[in-house]
Design a protein around this ligand. Sequence first.
Ligand SMILES: Cc1cc2nc3c(=O)[nH]c(=O)nc-3n(C[C@H](O)[C@H](O)[C@H](O)COP(=O)(O)O)c2cc1C
Length: 335
Amino acid sequence: MLSSNRDFFRQQLSRNDLVAAPMAGVSTPPFRKILRDYFDGIAYTEMVSVEGVCRDNPASTIYLDMMEGDRPVVAQLFGGNSAAYAPAIAVAEAYNGPDAFDINMGCPVKKVIKSGGGCALLLNLENVAQIVRAVRQATERPFSVKIRIGWEESKPVYREILDIAQSEGADAIILHARTRTQMFGGAIHYEALAEMAANATIPVIGNGDVCDYASYKRMKDTGVDGVMIGRAMMHAPWVFQAIREQKATQGFISPSQIHALLLKLLDYSLLHAGTDMNKLGHYLNLLRKQAVWFSKGLPDAAQFRVEVFRGHAGSAEVSEGIAQLVDTFKFFKQL
Ligand SMILES: Cc1cc2nc3c(=O)[nH]c(=O)nc-3n(C[C@H](O)[C@H](O)[C@H](O)COP(=O)(O)O)c2cc1C
C-alpha cells in the first residue's frame, strides 16, 4: 500500500491551487491528457459507481483508467452503500492506484440519487459519517468529499458535513456553493465558502461558476485553499493556463492551435480505446461535442456545428467517421 500522505491536498494546492472537476461524460482519460498540456494540478475522474467497482465490473473500473502522465489524479466514487466503499477501494488500489479518492455528495442526477449517493447524502448525515468512516478505515490514501450547501436553502448541512469530514478523517472538502435545488444555476454562496474556509482545519476547495481570472479571484478571496473548475474546462481546457496568466480564455489559443489540439485529442482517443470499438465510439461522440464547444465565438461556428454532426447518426464505419471528423476539423485551419 502507498505510504500515507494525508497532506496530499495541501501540498498539491500550494503548488497549483486550481483543480479539474469530476465531469461525467467529459473528464475521460484522453480529455485529462489534453488538460495536462495546460495544467499540472489535481484532476478528478468522472464519477464511478462504488457498487460496480466493488464487484470489479469492467464497465465500472474503466472509469478509473489513466493515461501515462495523468497525475495527480483523484478517483471519484458515488453510491449510498457504505459497505461497498472498502471493497471498491481495494479494487481501485489494485487496479491502478489513484493518488486519492473522492466521495460524491453533490450530484443531483436521478441515477445517483437513487443509489443513495450524490445529493441524497445531504439528507442522510448518519450515512455520510458511515461512508467517511468506512473510507478512512479502508485506505491510507488521502480522500476528499465533494458536497453542496444542502438540499435546499432552508436546510444547509455544509457545517455539519465539514464537522463529520474532519472528525472522521477526510483530508479535504470541496464545496459546490449551491443547493441541490439550485442545480447548476443561481447565485454562488460565497459567504458559505468564506465561513467554511475560516473554520476548517482541512483544505477547502471552492467550486461554482469559475471561468476566468476575475471569477477565480473572487472565489479565492473567500479564503479557500483551492478552486475547482468544471464547465469552463469543457469549453476551454486551456482555461487553467489562461487564469494563471491572467488572460482572457476566449482567443487564448488560436484556431490553428485548436485544430492541433483536436487532432491530438483524436490520437489520444485512438490510443486509449485500442481495439475497444464501444469505447472509441464514445470518445468520438465526445470529440464531436468538444469540437463544437471549442468553436464557440469563432466566425461560422453555427455552420461548423451542422457539419460536425452531419451523417453522424448511425454512422457507418468507424474509420469513415474518423475521416469525416478530421475533414471537418479543417474549419479551424482556414480561420
Ligand atoms: C456535464 C457535467 C457532468 C458532471 N459530472 C460530475 C461528476 O461526475 N461528479 C461530480 O461530483 N460532479 C459532477 N458535475 C458537477 C461539477 O463537477 C461541478 O461541481 C459543477 O459543474 C459546478 O462547477 P462549474 O460551475 O465550474 O461547472 C458535473 C457537471 C456537469 C455539467
